[in-house]
Design a protein around this ligand. Sequence first.
Ligand SMILES: C[S@@+](CC[C@H](N)C(=O)[O-])C[C@H]1O[C@@H](n2cnc3c(N)ncnc32)[C@H](O)[C@@H]1O
Length: 255
Amino acid sequence: MSNQNSNVSKKGLIFKEGDQLEELYKYCGKYTTLEPPHLHSLNKWAYANNPHAGMLVPPGEGLLLSLLVSLRRPKVVLEIGCFLGYSALWIAEGLEYSEANPGRLYTVEVFPETAEIARQNISRANKDHLVEVINKPGQEVLDNWDSSVKIDMIFLDADKSGYIKYYDTVLERDLLADGGVIICDNTLFHGCVHPIEDTRNGKPYETPSNITEHIYNFNVHVQNDPRTENVLLPIFDGLTIIRKRKSVSVEKSLS
Ligand SMILES: C[S@@+](CC[C@H](N)C(=O)[O-])C[C@H]1O[C@@H](n2cnc3c(N)ncnc32)[C@H](O)[C@@H]1O
């Protein structure tokens, strides 16, 4: 997709004509399964009561997370960036597909009051047996994670300035299970990241000063890392899915 003669839509992605993407999103929403009632109520409540509700993953992204979880049937999932527990409850939906032996989600939130609200939302949905809220900074959780407990899926959705260190810690401490994935949200950040490519051409910022620059550096960092393979999907606000390579001999290309 070229960004010539294009507009940035409300949802953030570049499309040739302004309204097309909005229309496309509406159409996709129309043909996507609705949220279950407890998630719908939480979403509505958040938008009515929390000025930061825009941070919630959109329902379609929640359903995608749930689908990925049900496909992988993970034992251990880690989310960094819990907020009100909305995406955590979507992940719990996916965990419930392994009825006999459902895995567990550990979801990390740095602010105590927010973590407490998330706990209440998770209890209200009767998912305490599947989800545990950890009130700590994400980096501290990764630094102290017992590396004998491998993580099947990690969902990164917290401070974007921390993404590179989160990612490096996971790989350096060998925390991922075989075939485990890291799913990173907002990697197109409102359509602001990819236009930078024209001027930076893959050169990271030495001192990134805003979210867009942090995400730009993260995308470059991951792409240049021979330890992993990754796909940046132009869906929602940009979603990158990463796994460790079986072998590190194949080089990635930055084209
Ligand atoms: C985008 S919101 C997460 C939204 C959530 N995943 C959802 O869709 O329902 C990011 C959350 O990460 C939290 N956060 C920010 N920095 C953090 C850090 N260093 N460690 C853990 N959580 C952090 C914020 O307080 C905020 O609640």
